[in-house]
Design a protein around this ligand. Structure first.
Ligand code: SF4
Length: 64
């Protein structure tokens, strides 16, 4: 099983809190812009949900 992840880049302010919660999914690139993996193994769900919880812009979604 996989999960699909979507970040609303119009909302994302690139603070990077999600990176700490789910480092396999989210990273800040060399320009300090968020990059993320849109599809991940089910085992990442808890980490992604933690990232959703800490995102100050409520920009992260799991697309079921
Ligand atoms: S925590 Fe939210 S606002 Fe911050 S970089 Fe991640 S998705 Fe963007």
């Amino acid at each position: 099983m996989t999960i699909k992840i979507n970040v609303d880049m119009a909302k994302c302010q690139h603070y990077g809190q999600c990176v700490f919660e789910a480092p396999n999914i989210f990273k800040l690139n060399n320009d300090d812009k968020l990059e993320y993996t849109a599809e991940a193994d089910e085992s990442e769900r808890a980490n992604v949900e933690a990232a959703i919880d800490v995102c100050p812009m409520q920009a992260i979604f799991i697309v079921d």
